[in-house]
Design a protein around this ligand. Structure first.
Ligand SMILES: [Zn+2]
Ligand SMILES: [Zn+2]
Ligand SMILES: [Zn+2]
Ligand SMILES: [Zn+2]
Length: 366
């Protein structure tokens, strides 16, 4: 195609000129340029071109942004990526959790992968990420738990004559591939189309997926709600509300024993069964009132019950349940947007494009 000839002209310039251009940009603009096409993505190595201070400033700003804090992402000042909390040692993330920001200010937080490459941790000294305790081996560069850790001194450094031999665990037979290699935002997109049980199963596939995929955040609200409601209804069919032993918590998406709920919550569920979607367990209630601007509380206050599809939706957002019904052809545009037609929305056009992606059968819920 000849239509992109001007773009080729710019690409055809010598690398020195690209280099000079990027050097005069701020990090965000340089990032945009590197993501223009495959060519620039390949030749522009931003950490090598831009001054270190620029990168540190950018990643620090992103790490402190409210959205990334809510997703529990932390900045790594070595690979300049935002990574989940489980990818850091407990010490490296403790400072932000306790509002001290010492490591953030000094730009000294490194993820497990970067620490391994640079051998930042001592040989076979335990390191915890808050969930599991790992032992890092300098010989093979792998993190292992206690049951499967390597043994012996460092080869060629601590090993003298007649000393014990170093012995490493074999590498796992199934290397990480496919899904694990995808960036988090693409995984998030995939998971948003899955059912809640499928997302839970996906998170059980490997350590990496368990650390990266939070089903409770990534699965659509109406899907989670429907899963929980149907599961609970099936469990408690033909049981009187007073005799029920379990109740669902729609905040943490779990069916919990009755004693995990406050008497107020139980009384409300009994008196007003139509608002039972407000049920929250005691732990969630406590977490919601821990501070003034709590994200969980904001989320709770935005929730509404959709009159059309009887699913949970968020105020001022298109109802996901209704959107599914609309794609299936069960409701028309007028039902879906009773107040929005005056503004001449053309969602129909967008939705028609989905038809080729899914054959109608797949959309019918079992
Ligand atoms: Zn890193
Ligand atoms: Zn080893
Ligand atoms: Zn809960
Ligand atoms: Zn709806």
């Amino acid at each position: 195609m000849r239509s992109n000839a001007p773009q080729r002209l710019f690409e055809g310039l010598p690398f020195d000129i690209h280099f000079e251009v990027v050097r005069h940009l701020d990090f965000m603009s340089a990032l945009n340029m590197a993501s223009t096409n495959r060519f620039f993505h390949r030749i522009l190595n931003l950490p090598a071109i831009l001054p270190n201070s620029e990168l540190v400033e950018f990643i620090r700003e992103r790490g402190m942004a409210g959205q990334n804090r809510a997703e529990n992402l932390f900045a790594c000042y070595q690979c300049y990526r935002l990574r989940p909390r489980e990818k850091f040692s407990k010490k490296a993330t403790a400072d932000r959790l306790h509002h001290r920001h010492k490591l953030t200010e000094e730009g000294r937080r490194y993820c497990f992968d970067c620490s391994a490459k640079n051998r930042f941790y001592d040989h076979l000294r335990p390191i915890s990420n808050g969930k599991l305790r790992y032992y890092f081996c300098h010989n093979c560069g792998q993190y292992r738990t206690r049951s499967g850790m390597c043994h012996g001194p460092r080869r060629g450094i601590d090993q003298g004559d007649g000393e014990m031999l170093a012995w490493c665990q074999p590498k796992p037979a199934t290397p990480e591939g496919g899904l694990e290699m995808l960036p988090a935002h693409i995984l998030k997109n995939i998971v948003s189309y899955l059912g809640y049980d499928d997302a839970l199963h996906l998170a059980m596939v490997s350590h990496t997926l368990r650390d990266t995929v939070p089903p409770i955040k990534w699965v659509a609200l109406h899907t989670r709600f429907r899963f929980l409601r149907d599961r609970w209804t099936a469990d408690t069919v033909d049981v009187d509300i007073g005799a029920m032993k379990t109740f669902p918590c729609y905040m943490c998406c779990r069916i919990q024993p009755k004693d995990k709920f406050t008497p107020t919550q139980l009384r409300m569920a009994e008196t007003y069964p139509q608002t039972s979607w407000k049920m929250r367990c005691q732990a969630c209630v406590q977490r919601m009132y821990i501070s003034e601007r709590n994200l969980m509380r904001i989320e709770y206050n935005r929730r509404r019950m959709c009159e059309i599809c009887k699913c949970l939706r968020r105020g001022r957002e298109t109802c996901g349940g209704c959107l599914e019904l609309y794609v299936k052809g069960a409701i028309d545009q007028r039902t879906m947007y009773p107040e929005g037609l005056g503004r001449k929305r053309d969602y129909g056009d967008h939705l028609n494009r989905l038809d080729g992606l899914f054959d109608g059968q797949d959309w019918v819920e079992a």
